[in-house]
Write a protein that binds this ligand. Structure first.
Ligand SMILES: Nc1ncnc2c1ncn2[C@@H]1O[C@H](COP(=O)(O)OP(=O)(O)O)[C@@H](O)[C@H]1O
Ligand SMILES: O=P(O)(O)O[C@H]1O[C@H](CO)[C@@H](O[C@H]2O[C@H](CO)[C@@H](O)[C@H](O)[C@H]2O)[C@H](O)[C@H]1O
Length: 541
């Protein structure tokens, strides 16, 4: 129980109170939060490093910046908005939003995550709508309205979106007409969030329309130091589901036919996959602006520095994944253990392949990309797609998230996602229980290759040939394999940590790439002449 003689509004500058919170309450609380990324690291403590006041209609809320420190590696900064919920308050707060019982002077209640208080949500919305600057002793909170928000559009109703993800999302509008989506970033970076940069560039320079319209930002401008993005607002997209769920629905039709030895994919499915390939291509065309004056977005060649960065990062990832796999080997089921063996045996070949990246001539260009592109990042509207979440790779530092890559890295992300979708569906369904794993694998591969090639064809046909982003088919093939491998190796860690039953999926993905590398090796035999631009069956010979 937290206790203080002072009243809640007097706490802004009461350092001992925030110290007690950081010491006695936050270590347990923060580790229950989905947004806290430091759970697997050895934590050495928490500190509240800033307390910013946000006036709301009844009492202030406080935006805390909490620093998490670790035995090894860099510390991290997290945003935690807090407020006092009075004991008799009618507001309902889910358990995950309750931080601690609290007595403040003669007031008793619960310290809660302020996103669960409607007054706090309204205060944020109003601050953005009115372009408000809230002065603080050591800087100011700055809210800026974007073009997608009408200045007179007040929104008294709001709710927290019940998705458990790395940030927190609030929605404004009535249940019939939810209009605005406000994301509060949890893990903070001492600069502009890459998502804000990407959305601004795609809208203003790229003219790409398949993202939600930009409605504003919320930031912290310290008196000393660089501005930090705290949140971003966009138009709410009316959607029934994201593309992961939509693909799952299509796969149900496919799955029900498998026990009858029928292979069915409806034309509608191909239409959707083609459309997503096209939209992905358009997104990358919008990001490719050779005449931009913004160096953060100017296309760049495959420099030695970039090659070194990618190889170093991959080698590190590979080592960490091998160690994780060995530590968790006995927890895996037998089929996963078999795949794990194949993967371990392929280590040298993988390393040699990635090493080739150091010297291989590459004339394709690199640009800023989505960076964490998969089916769950694309909302499905009745007849189109809207791309969201441009924050970049969750495990990367802010500097790494802003590095330019071949757009084929996003393409590889989406291809991996289709592989996930069919594998998760076929291997986990009651309908396929009696079917031999070998047959299931064949059927699953067939679906995957058809869908992958459909997506890839539609994607590449958005670019004229030749195009500065893709020099030729050799480079497309090679880069796609590099990024597919990197993504699948990354996923291996995610699955071991969060979904051990799914470890087979990235392992199979890695082994498929290793087979492709073998094929290239056999056909390459020392000479590398140009391969004509064939867009189908790009990877399977
Ligand atoms: N503009 C939007 N309109 C409607 N729903 C959205 C919008 N942006 C995101 N969402 C929903 O909120 C979820 C979380 O958003 P996302 O940007 O992926 O956040 P995070 O960075 O926390 O992963 C998404 O999976 C999607 O369901
Ligand atoms: O969406 P996040 O940025 O939180 O990404 C993490 O979680 C994803 C799962 O939600 C995970 O994606 C992997 O599983 C997806 C299916 O659930 C699949 O579509 C993706 O292709 C696969 O990578 C992602 O790797 C992780 O970073």
């Amino acid at each position: 129980m937290l206790q203080t003689q002072l009243s809640w509004p007097a706490l802004a500058t009461e350092a001992p109170f925030w110290d007690a919170l950081a010491r006695d309450v936050l270590p347990a609380y923060v580790n229950t939060c989905r947004w806290f990324a430091g759970k697997a690291r050895t934590q050495t403590g928490f500190a509240v490093t800033s307390v910013h006041t946000v006036p709301t209609v009844r009492q202030p809320a406080y935006l805390l910046i909490v620093e998490a420190t670790y035995a090894e590696g860099e510390s991290e900064q997290y945003l935690l908005p807090v407020t006092l919920l009075a004991a008799n308050s009618p507001n309902e707060v889910p358990d995950k939003g309750k931080i601690s019982p609290l007595v403040c002077g003669n007031q008793e209640g619960t310290l809660i995550d302020a996103i669960y208080h409607p007054d706090f949500r309204t205060a944020l919305f109003e601050a953005i709508r009115q372009n408000t600057e809230l002065p603080q002793p050591d800087g100011s909170l700055t809210a800026v309205r974007g073009r997608g928000l009408a200045p007179d559009d007040t929104q008294p109703n709001s709710r927290v979106l019940p998705v458990d993800s790395s940030n927190s999302a609030m929605v404004f509008g009535t249940p019939r007409q939810e209009t605005y989506f406000l994301k509060l970033y949890r893990k903070l970076f001492a600069e502009t969030n890459p998502e804000v940069e990407m959305v601004a560039f795609l809208t203003e320079e790229g003219g790409f329309e398949h993202i939600p319209a930009f409605c504003g930002t919320l930031g912290w401008n310290p008196s000393a130091g660089r501005p930090i993005t705290l949140g971003m607002m966009q138009r709410m997209v009316r959607n029934d589901k994201d593309s992961w769920m939509q693909t799952g629905d299509y796969l149900n039709d496919f799955l029900y036919a498998v026990p009858n030895r029928l292979f069915t994919i409806k034309e509608d499915v191909f239409d959707k996959v083609e459309l997503l390939g096209k939209r992905t291509g358009q997104m990358h065309c919008a990001l490719y602006q050779p005449r931009t004056t913004d160096p953060a977005f100017a296309p760049e060649p495959f420099t030695d520095e970039y090659r070194q960065f990618l190889i170093g990062r991959f080698a590190d990832l590979l080592d960490r994944r091998y160690a994780l796999l060995i530590d968790n080997y006995t927890r895996l089921d037998v089929p996963a253990q078999r795949l794990a063996w194949v993967f371990m045996e392929a280590k040298e070949m993988i390393e040699a392949f990635v090493e080739e990246f150091r010297t291989r001539p590459l004339d394709s260009l690199r640009i800023r990309i989505h960076g964490d592109y998969h089916l769950g990042q694309v909302l499905a509207t009745p007849d189109d797609f809207v791309v969201i979440d441009f924050e970049g790779e969750p495990e990367s530092t802010i500097t790494d998230r802003k590095i330019k890559h071949s757009p084929l890295k996003d393409v590889a992300g989406m291809i991996r996602s289709y592989h996930y979708a069919v594998s998760a569906k076929l291997f986990n369904a009651a309908e396929t229980q009696g079917i031999s794993p070998e047959h299931l694998q064949r059927v699953s591969d067939r679906w995957f290759y058809l869908i992958r090639d459909t997506y890839l064809d539609a994607y590449l046909s958005e670019f004229g040939s030749p195009h500065p982003l893709f020099k030729n088919n050799n480079e497309i093939n090679f880069l796609l394999l590099v990024y597919l491998l990197e993504k699948a190796v990354y996923e291996l860690g995610y699955e071991i940590s969060y979904r051990p039953d799914w470890v087979k999926i990235p392992l199979k993905g890695i082994i498929d790439v290793v087979r492709e590398i073998e094929k290239i090796r056999i056909s390459d035999q020392g000479h590398r002449e140009e391969v004509p631009m064939l867009q189908t069956k790009l990877l399977n010979g």
